[in-house]
Design a protein around this ligand. Structure first.
Ligand code: TYD
Length: 135
């Protein structure tokens, strides 16, 4: 198990053309074929989200408006990273526990995923994740 201190960041081009325009394409920026896109907005700032790992799905999370704190654990202990630049995403590989906290009222997350939705791909129990991460 890797004792990774930080997760890989993915920096997208940011073009200023009377607005900011960023784009992501495979394989130039995203290291997998994108099978699903979803976004999260109007999240209650008091409530965390995530609290799970995926068995197979790989994801890149962008915070395209305001900021969010991402807590992650690759199997050793929890670490955190602040996502606050709209063109910088974080690669959440399979088997990485992640939680998102400190949402602002207008935080918007955009997530690109390598697989279609499947509840069976989730590990939602932290103790179970720690057990599986060891093997
Ligand atoms: P979940 O992934 O637990 O959200 P978060 O990571 O933000 O805490 O998903 C919340 C609910 O939405 C859960 O009932 C599953 C459903 N869902 C889908 O149906 N399709 C999807 O692509 C996603 C991401 C979630």
């Amino acid at each position: 198990m890797s004792q990774q201190k930080q997760l890989p960041l993915i920096k997208l081009p940011k073009i200023f053309d009377d607005c900011y325009l960023s784009f992501a394409q495979t394989p130039d920026h995203i290291p997998f074929t994108i099978k699903r896109v979803y976004y999260i907005l109007k999240s209650d700032p008091k409530l965390p989200r995530g609290h799970h790992a995926h068995k197979k799905t790989r994801q890149v999370i962008f915070c395209i408006q305001w900021s969010v704190k991402l807590i992650f654990d690759v199997g050793k202990r929890k670490r955190e990273i602040l996502l606050e630049e709209s063109n910088v995403g974080v690669l959440i590989d399979k088997m990485i526990w992640h939680e998102m906290t400190d949402f602002k009222n207008d935080t918007i997350l955009l997530i690109l995923a390598s697989k279609v939705f499947n509840e069976k791909d989730y590990i939602r129990d932290y103790a179970q994740f720690k057990k599986q991460a060891k093997t």
